[in-house]
Write a protein that binds this ligand. Structure first.
Ligand SMILES: [Zn+2]
Length: 500
């Protein structure tokens, strides 16, 4: 029994979430559900990043005030997370008073420590990212710097502002990246190290003039400024668990924090976040799990690339949230971008959910009802399947503990495949009393179901009800532990998709 605090990035709600947000959030949810299933105490947080210029503008364009705009968008995000069965414990909003208070106190502390100072700031700026880009980051198109994410021309911006002395934390940061395994997979730590060694660490702006950005937390020591949205946003990870308010809760969860992020915000979550924590005398996170992107025809899926796949379209096409969750976790990759398409999604859904797991449940359910009146008592297991079960659980557990959800899914579905092959081999429908075979198959289904539960909670709960077993920790559910199965129905879990 352990404790784990899992976070997603907080999202910028200038538009509804799309498949990219779902990819990160479902992944974090699967980790949270897995840890609950194996008995850990979990605090899982997601939320919205509600301040800043982009939202100020989005609200202006709609002719509403930012406050009602972000209120509405918080509702939109929560409804999507409900649609996808995201089991968060807190949905944090950076406009909440407890968060804003932490932002003010934190920046005041840095000011007092002389880690924040006033100076002139200038550079190439992307309005969409709300971010300055260095020469190393931007791309040159027709002689002009362009945003590496949006591909739009950058603006040259100069303003008097406040800086955070990020440069003071270079040695601390290099030491962390070189000598700890916080950043996972390792390749991302190397990426940040290379950049730090090449460019060094430059001080960063932590405030915006109020006349330009008024939708933000007021800078407590200079009312002409608001706190820069990145600073405000990063602090959600500590304010959300009671920093400065509930020390006991904060210490308990911070100790085991696992941040999940996409690689586009790697720099902010290492160079900037680790340094900021140090500046506040808070230890670095336990883990920063970084994932690569879903791409479509070579481009990162996103609003600006115009290749967004709508979450509701996916949910409709793949029956319900389970189909979407399974598909996205099956292709999930921390280290490499994954090219996705409807063809790929259809084929995973059809071959693995419908033909493998769904079909196994249906076949065994029907056989058990027909051959044994739906009641199967405990028998010794087929030895080969028993050892396959043990292997699968070991592979699953290793994969989950190293955050490799895709391999965990694979271990589970592989067991279902073995069970299907076993049916074809032993042909229980030809036997007078196939209860030993059926018991073996039910045990294989049960363990597969437990392993898949964090990924497809709906279908697995339905199987557990239909076959009368408990959803429990798969790592501790040894085969042959159910005394009696009562098969109440043989559900059809997933309808195959045919044609377009
Ligand atoms: Zn941009």
């Amino acid at each position: 029994m352990g404790i784990i605090y899992i976070t997603t990035p907080i999202y910028y709600p200038n538009a509804p979430p799309h498949i990219g947000h779902a990819y990160t959030t479902i992944y974090a949810d699967v980790l949270a559900r897995y840890h609950r299933l194996v008995g850990d105490e979990v605090f899982f947080m997601t939320g919205n990043d509600e301040h800043g210029l982009k939202l100020q503008r989005a609200a202006e364009e709609k002719g509403v005030d930012p406050e009602s705009f972000v209120d509405e968008m918080a509702g939109v995000y929560m409804s999507y997370w409900k649609m996808l069965d995201i089991s968060y414990d807190r949905f944090i909003r950076t406009t909440e008073p407890d968060h804003e208070e932490v932002v003010k106190k934190a920046i005041e502390e840095l000011y007092r420590k002389d880690l924040v100072y006033k100076a002139r700031y200038s550079g190439w700026y992307c309005v969409n990212c709300e971010k300055f880009y260095s020469e190393k980051e931007y791309s040159i198109v027709e002689g002009r710097p362009h945003c590496p994410i949006h591909g739009k021309p950058l603006e040259w911006l100069e303003e008097e502002t406040y800086y955070f002395k990020l440069s003071e934390f270079k040695d601390y940061l290099v030491n962390l990246l070189e000598n700890t395994d916080i950043v996972y997979p390792r390749q991302y730590a190397v990426e940040v190290l290379n950049r730090v060694k090449e460019e060094g660490l430059k001080d960063v702006s932590v405030a915006r003039p109020r006349e330009r950005v008024w939708w933000g937390v007021e800078l407590p020591f200079d009312r002409e400024y608001t706190v820069y949205v990145w600073f405000d946003a990063l602090l959600n990870y500590i304010s959300g668990i009671g920093y400065l308010r509930d020390t006991e809760k904060f210490d308990k969860y911070w100790d085991s924090v696992h941040h999940v992020i996409g690689k586009d915000i790697l720099w902010f979550h290492t160079a900037v976040w680790f340094s900021l924590l140090k500046a506040l005398d808070i230890k670095p996170p336990r883990k920063l799990i970084v994932h690569a992107f879903l791409i479509n025809k070579g481009l990162k899926i996103g609003k600006s690339a115009g290749n967004v796949i709508a979450i509701e379209d996916l949910v409709n096409r793949y029956q319900d949230s389970d189909g979407v969750r399974y598909i996205l976790m099956r292709v999930f990759n921390l280290g490499k971008d994954v090219e996705v398409s409807t063809e790929l999604f259809d084929s995973i859904y059809n071959s693995e959910l419908a033909d493998t797991y769904g079909n196994l449940v249906r076949r065994v359910g029907v056989l058990a009802i027909k051959k044994s009146g739906g009641v199967i008592y405990k028998r010794s297991l087929d030895q080969e399947i028993e050892s396959k079960i043990k292997e699968a659980v070991a592979r699953y557990s290793d994969a989950m503990e190293s955050f490799d959800v895709s391999s965990a899914v694979n271990a589970a579905i592989e067991l279902a495949r073995e069970a299907n092959a076993f049916i074809n081999r032993v042909r229980p429908w030809e036997k007078l009393s196939p209860d030993k075979d059926l018991y073996t198959l039910l045990e294989a289904i049960r363990i597969t179901t437990l392993m898949l539960h964090p990924i497809i909670p709906r279908a697995t709960s339905r199987v557990a009800r239909a076959f009368s077993f408990e959803i429990a920790n798969p790592l501790e559910s040894s085969p042959c532990s159910v005394e009696r199965y009562e098969i109440r129905e043989a559900p059809i879990l997933f309808r195959k998709i045919r044609g377009k």
